[in-house]
Write a protein that binds this ligand. Structure first.
Ligand SMILES: [Zn+2]
Length: 451
């Protein structure tokens, strides 16, 4: 059989036009598995042809409509045609864009008309469609630039992709995201009793390029949540002029204003809540991630358990068992002072334990070390501890695990240490910004049109 593909365009003035896109030949006597149905190669050719036909008709219609003077309605003359290269997802085309002479009716008082107008110029300032740019950025933030170029070429009839152009597009899209002052509409009445904004923040370490004189680069990643929306962010502090300003934009996009309370949950690295503090320009409530505390309590519990099991243990078991068991309960309910006191007693009891057994002495030292570890962690973050039990029962977040998901999604998928790539602060910043936007769905066509 033979398949002929014809498209028909109907213009707004009612005229129609037909384009022959090509034919497919499928002789049934010679059908092979490799030639069954539509093939990727055929599909790419047809898509390219279809794009060309649609573009040509669209340009024709816009140019025709552009010739009518908006003021007096006369048809203006065509000055000349300029040829323009246009890069789209479905191929690169040379299009003839007309330039139109200005109408006599809007001549200035001195009789000077001004240069010709191009009705198409403002559509594609950088000679490529926004969709192509977004897709290049999206793939470039997920795969290596070379790999991204290969994927695009495999599935789409686009022009030949080069790794550098993918990288440059990623940079452009990242700049657009950073520069856009766009905020989603905020419901005015919701600001009064809104429960505020929670920021989950964490850091990802990636390899740094050798010329920056350090081994690792920190990417700040996280998630901002309000009562009904969430937004991810990623940034490299060295790469932007003002990281706090960047973060403030993300907070604003989620409907934060100066009246709202901001809660930060992080794992105790002081730089991260400080960044949020700078962004907010005021007080924020910082809460230490429960999971990190819980892990350290677990260490103490295990060490005490190990000590009690040793045969040469000579102390009174309950003196060690009891504080270890109650530690978690006290900290969960925000009774920090009681918890630190029982930690201190545990350390004192370990020190007083005079035993000749070498194993028991070592185990006691281990308990002391674990206790010291937890004690200094709590002491350093004394202001950031809270009644976790009450928060938990109220349905409020107590752990920064949501930021740790972002570490994987934003930092490690493209820039993880296993990828064996080294990054400059700027390059890493761009990838992080685009990756956060991709994960939020902010790069899709529907989102962009809505914005
Ligand atoms: Zn006119």
């Amino acid at each position: 059989m033979d398949v002929r593909i014809i498209v028909e365009t109907t213009f707004e003035n009612g005229t129609t036009k037909r384009h022959r896109l090509g034919c497919l030949s499928r002789p049934f006597r010679r059908t092979q598995p490799e030639g069954f149905g539509l093939l990727l190669e055929d599909a790419k050719t047809i898509l390219g042809q279809l794009q060309k036909a649609i573009l040509r008709d669209q340009i024709e219609e816009i140019s025709e409509a552009g010739r009518i003077c908006p003021d007096c309605g006369t048809v203006r003359a065509i000055h000349d045609y300029r040829s323009r290269m246009l890069d789209t997802l479905f191929g690169r085309f040379q299009v003839k864009a007309p330039r139109i002479r200005r109408c006599g009716c809007n001549a200035r008082s001195d009789g000077v008309l001004g240069g010709p107008l191009s009705p198409l110029a403002h559509f594609f300032p950088d000679r490529s469609t926004p969709e192509l740019q977004r897709l290049q950025a999206e793939f470039g933030a997920r795969h290596s630039f070379r790999e991204a170029a290969r994927i695009l070429e495999t599935f789409l009839p686009c022009a030949k992709q080069v790794n550098t152009s993918v990288r440059n597009r990623l940079g452009k899209v990242a700049r657009d995201i950073c520069d856009s002052e766009l905020t989603e509409p905020v419901l005015a009445e919701a600001t009064e009793d809104a429960p505020g904004v929670t920021v989950f923040v964490d850091g990802a370490h990636i390899r740094c390029r050798p010329e920056y004189q350090k081994r690792h680069l920190d990417v700040v990643v996280g998630k901002i949540e309000s009562h009904d929306k969430c937004r991810r962010f990623g940034l490299v502090q060295q790469a932007v002029l003002s990281p706090a300003c960047q973060l403030r934009k993300d907070l604003r996009a989620l409907g934060w204003d100066h009246g709202k309370v901001v809660t930060v949950i992080s794992d105790g690295e002081p730089a991260l809540p400080n960044l949020v503090r700078d962004a907010v320009g005021g007080k924020v409530r910082h809460i230490l991630d429960w999971w990190h505390i819980s892990m350290r309590i677990q260490h103490v519990e295990n060490a005490v358990k190990g000590l009690l099991q040793i045969g040469g243990f000579s102390g009174i078991p309950v003196l060690f068992k009891r504080p270890a068991e109650t530690l978690r309960w006290y900290l969960w309910h925000g009774k920090v002072m009681t918890a630190t006191t029982s930690l201190q007693w545990l350390m004192v009891d370990c020190a007083r334990l005079n035993t000749d057994d070498r194993m028991a002495a070592e185990a006691a030292q281990r308990v002391q070390a674990r206790c010291r570890d937890l004690y200094s962690y709590l002491a350093n973050n004394m202001d950031s501890l809270t009644d976790y039990g009450r928060r938990y029962r109220a349905g409020l977040p107590i752990s920064s695990s949501r930021a740790e998901g972002c570490v994987d999604d934003i930092g490690n998928t493209r820039m993880g240490k296993r990828r064996r790539m080294r990054w400059s602060p700027k390059g890493a910043h761009r990838v992080a910004v685009v990756r956060a936007a991709v994960l939020d769905g902010r790069l899709t066509g529907a989102y962009q049109r809505a914005a």
